[in-house]
Design a protein around this ligand. Structure first.
Ligand code: FE2
Ligand code: FE2
Length: 311
């Protein structure tokens, strides 16, 4: 699915995305609009944004390229993954994007990074992406399953396929919290619990915020944002407050609190908009701006300028 847009709109969005004199929230508005477009100009702009001094914008651009599943972005994502001068959060998204695009040729790229990247969160992402590509190969003949693997009910291309429906919440909880299980198994349990919903699932997901892996914790915070369940706000607040937590995890907690948006969450975002870690402060800034748009009944994205078009 994509949106049609005029060349003028496209140019406006690309310029805005790359204009570092603009507030970060304005640049995110452009990014969120560009990810619905296809073609070389939006792709080029997003690729340039993956090199932005704002690690938050850079990682979001890489994430968007993965969600767009655009094979033409692969060579640039490969260069991104192997550029060790970049923040691990950016390399992590490059690896995840290569998994989401899912081409067979991405396997050797991911294997090389798995063997060489100094950051654990990047290596774990490679491990997941490799398994995702493997799984995709196995279900290729079954179109229903294929669709299931590609886009979730939450409209995200998930890094793992949810565990099959026959597992109980208790079984899924055990896998998610089991430090001995491999990352893919735990991710699969996490997405199955998310799709299942309900109190037991949410409390299992919240409990896994204490997992040993920062990568898993960040995905858990992301999923709690998708669920928008107030029962998670205390735990997410604790994550955002914890200055010793990985910025990737605090970032997802800030975004999740923005989508829960109760009074306490908003107050906390206002407090941490001054955090010394820019990934965190900018996450709060973007989340607050999105809420502001929502409150005034306006669209955060610029897509009101275009008409949806099914492709
Ligand atoms: Fe991520
Ligand atoms: Fe993120």
């Amino acid at each position: 699915m994509g949106f049609s847009s005029s060349p003028e709109t496209e140019k406006f969005l690309c310029d805005r995305l790359l204009d570092n004199a603009q507030p970060i929230s304005e640049r995110f508005r452009a990014l969120f609009s560009l990810r619905n477009l296809r073609g070389s100009a939006p792709r080029q702009a997003l690729l340039l944004a993956t090199r932005d001094p704002s690690n938050l914008l850079a990682h979001e651009a890489a994430f968007a390229l993965g969600q767009m599943q655009d094979a033409e972005a692969v060579p640039a994502l490969e260069r991104l993954l192997f550029d060790l001068t970049l923040h691990p959060i950016v390399r992590h998204e490059a690896a995840e994007a290569l998994g989401a695009i899912g081409l067979e040729g991405n396997v050797c790229i991911l294997e090389k990074s798995l063997a060489t990247d100094p950051a654990q969160e990047v290596r774990e992402t490679c491990e997941l992406a490799l398994r995702r590509i493997e799984e995709q190969k196995n279900v290729k003949h079954n179109e229903d399953e294929m669709l299931h693997l590609s886009v979730s009910a939450f409209l995200s291309v998930d890094p793992a396929r949810p565990t099959s429906d026959c597992s109980s919440v208790q079984e899924l909880r055990e896998v998610l919290l089991n430090e001995e299980k491999c990352m893919y198994e735990r991710y699969a349990a996490l997405f199955a619990l998310r799709n299942h919903g309900g109190e037991g699932s949410v409390s299992a997901i919240v409990d896994s915020l204490s997992a040993g892996s920062a990568l898993l914790r960040h995905e858990v915070a992301y999923v709690l944002g998708q669920l928008q369940n107030k029962a998670a706000s205390d735990a997410l607040s604790e994550v955002l407050r914890n200055v010793n937590e990985h910025p990737m995890v605090r970032h997802e907690a800030a975004e999740a609190l923005g989508s829960i948006a109760d009074k306490e969450s908003v107050a906390l975002l206002e407090e941490f908009v001054k955090d010394p870690e820019s990934i965190v402060s900018q996450s709060c800034e973007v989340a607050l701006s999105m809420l502001e748009f929502e409150r005034s009944g306006k669209s955060f994205e610029y897509l009101f300028m275009q008409t949806p078009q099914v492709q």
